[in-house]
Design a protein around this ligand. Sequence first.
Ligand SMILES: Nc1ncnc2c1ncn2[C@@H]1O[C@H](COP(=O)(O)OP(=O)(O)OP(=O)(O)O)[C@@H](O)[C@H]1O
Ligand SMILES: [Mg+2]
Length: 229
Amino acid sequence: MPSHTDAPAPLIKLEKISKTYAGAVPVTALKEVNLEIGRGDRLALLGKSGSGKSTLLNLLALIDKPSSGALLIDNRESALFSEKEATTYRRQDIGFIFQFFNLLPTLTLRENITLPMELLQQNDDELVRQLVREAGIADKLERYPEEVSGGEQQRAAVIRALVKKPRLILADEPTGNLDLETGLHIVGLINEICDQFGTSLVMVTHSQEAAQACARRLKIIDGHLLNDV
Ligand SMILES: Nc1ncnc2c1ncn2[C@@H]1O[C@H](COP(=O)(O)OP(=O)(O)OP(=O)(O)O)[C@@H](O)[C@H]1O
Ligand SMILES: [Mg+2]
């Protein structure tokens, strides 16, 4: 989605974004969050369980809608996107690495990994071969998710997000199920893709080592975002 201003607009800008989940007891998960994400920026997102990290990623991916505030993508208010524009943005621009993987159980790891590329008609078999080899799951590709370990599912979910070459990778604890060494290797793969394609990254992590790989570190405390801690 091209921008029509002279100065390069930030990829994403959040202005006073709040999110309240309705229910018997409404929960305000994000409180007046301001944030700019530029092209190629890498942000680590820290914060305790329940502080609002996944909620923020869901809003950035247009999976969920803010309760108030403005969410600009390429300087356009995303609330005004048509359903088609929102779907195209999610499919084409966002590589989402979900906290709980979200692999499709009826597809093999290979099919899970290649499905987003096929939807975009952007097959890159060489990149898939390279990443699955480096992630150490090349010999597991014909298995279904339930036939591999949690860490292997997580690695497949990471690769599925990377092979699309998205403009923004949203990674929700992408190394949560991995040992330290494997985790750092996977963070290295994510950063290689960012280097290669100028991709922006927002990565939720509890690992100081993984956070070090990001130039900016943000912290959420009870729905409040603290910039660059
Ligand atoms: N669909 C929902 N309906 C109601 N409340 C929700 C919903 N999703 C999240 N919440 C609440 O919003 C708050 C923030 O949740 P969120 O999932 O964003 O936290 P998190 O920082 O990702 O936590 P974790 O580290 O445990 O994954 C929590 O109080 C949570 O209970
Ligand atoms: Mg979460």
